[in-house]
Write a protein that binds this ligand. Structure first.
Ligand code: NAD
Ligand code: UDP
Length: 341
């Protein structure tokens, strides 16, 4: 059985990927410092898969802590590195917190991979590396524009750190997956997205408003150059995104990669406006949302969606679930978590 280390594995995307890994026959070890997740996620994973993965509470940005888990690292067949801070707005306020955590943890992981000859790395990148693209949809060849936030910059720098390191190490191989907007929850509703505090992201804000925790959803801007004036994003079901990691990992393990540092867009390949998301949510759940249009949010781009043809061709992967299914799963998770009938 291949052993895969999942950093940030109790987090939102990490936990869904752990489920897919276990269901695909991998042994999983999770490393997480629980700075943005809860240990109970392990019980959710066990309810779905029957297996509670091995877990170590480690701050990956601290090299003295990673030294303590050398035995785990020694025997790994691959690492999926999710662990990072991800709030764009917070990163503008506290840039050093973001550079320190996101870059140090990656450097630490790469050093340990070299030290213990772990060959395969999957890295969580983001479509934020494209900024506001001039041409849509974006392909992997689209220009990388200057990052709008320290968070976005950590993803750009991380991709560079990975490709520079790979140039100097013969055995190391990596795939960076540029995620678009992951949403939704596992169909069992045992795991899902649980932001701490007031949600920044659209879908948790919608489900918390529908659940009565937030009074009103604010839609940021209605004067964009889009069909209804609200901004466009490419929303992808988190379980589809999780499956892309399995495809990428299998590609590396079976040496099917074309270069030792590859990059793929992972999106649905379709854009939806904020108002379309709200309308679809109301239709599939039957819940009327209280919302108001407010000013644009600083730092937001107008529109982006993916050309995911490369992932389809090379990873033999494509999305299976619709926006409606993703929104319904997010609502089912919120209801189950809050005990709403
Ligand atoms: P998340 O916050 O739910 O999960 C990240 C996990 O990493 C958390 O469990 C947190 O406790 C852990 N972590 C953070 N710093 C750590 C450290 N120093 N040591 C150990 N553990 C640490 O976030 P997510 O939405 O699951 O995102 C996972 C990855 O995907 C991140 O790298 C994020 O930047 C990237 N990403 C997310 C999105 C999105 O919209 N959610 C989009 C593009 C890229
Ligand atoms: N959005 C919104 N209200 C909210 C949160 C988000 O109108 O409370 C909009 C946001 O302006 C963007 C889209 O929803 O156009 C997706 O935002 P999110 O923060 O989920 O993801 P981003 O694309 O910014 O990473």
């Amino acid at each position: 059985m291949k052993k895969i280390i999942v950093t940030g594995g109790t987090g939102y995307i990490g936990s869904h990927t752990v489920v897919e890994l276990i269901e695909s026959g991998f042994e999983v070890v999770i490393l997480d410092n629980l700075s943005n997740s809860n240990i109970d996620v392990l019980d959710g994973i066990k309810k779905i898969t029957g297996i509670k993965p091995e877990f170590y509470k480690v701050d990956l940005a601290d090299s003295s802590e990673t030294d303590k888990i050398s035995d785990v690292l020694k025997n790994a067949d691959g690492i999926i590195h999710f662990a990072a801070y991800k709030a764009v707005g917070e990163s503008v306020k506290y840039p050093l917190k973001y550079y320190k955590n996101n870059l140090n943890s990656l450097i630490n992981i790469l050093e340990n991979m070299q030290k213990y000859s772990v060959k395969n790395l999957i890295f969580s990148s983001s479509c934020t590396v494209y900024g506001q693209p001039k041409e849509l949809p974006v392909t992997e060849q689209s220009p990388i524009l200057k990052a709008d936030s320290p968070y976005g910059n950590t993803k750009q720098i991380s991709e560079e750190i990975i490709s520079d390191t790979i140039k100097t190490s013969e055995k190391l191989k990596a795939i960076s997956l540029r995620y678009f907007n992951p949403i939704g929850a596992h169909e069992s509703a045992e795991i899902g997205e649980l932001p701490l505090g007031v949600p920044d992201n659209l879908i948790p804000y919608i489900t918390q408003t529908a659940a009565g925790i937030r009074e009103q959803l604010s839609i940021f801007g209605s004067d964009y150059n889009t069909p209804d004036g609200t901004a466009i994003r490419d929303y992808i079901h988190v379980s589809d995104l999780a499956k892309a990691h399995i495809a990428a990992l299998k590609r590396l393990i079976s040496n099917k990669n074309k270069t030792n540092s590859e990059v793929f867009n992972i999106g649905a390949g379709k854009g939806n406006t904020v108002l379309e998301v709200v309308k679809t949510f109301e239709e599939v759940t039957g819940v009327k949302l209280n919302y108001q249009i407010v000013d644009r949010r600083q730092g937001d781009i107008e529109k982006i969606w993916a050309n995911a043809d490369l992932a389809q061709k090379e990873l033999i992967w494509e999305t299976e679930k619709s926006l409606a299914e993703a929104l319904l799963s997010a609502w089912n998770w919120e209801k189950k978590y809050r005990g709403i009938k």
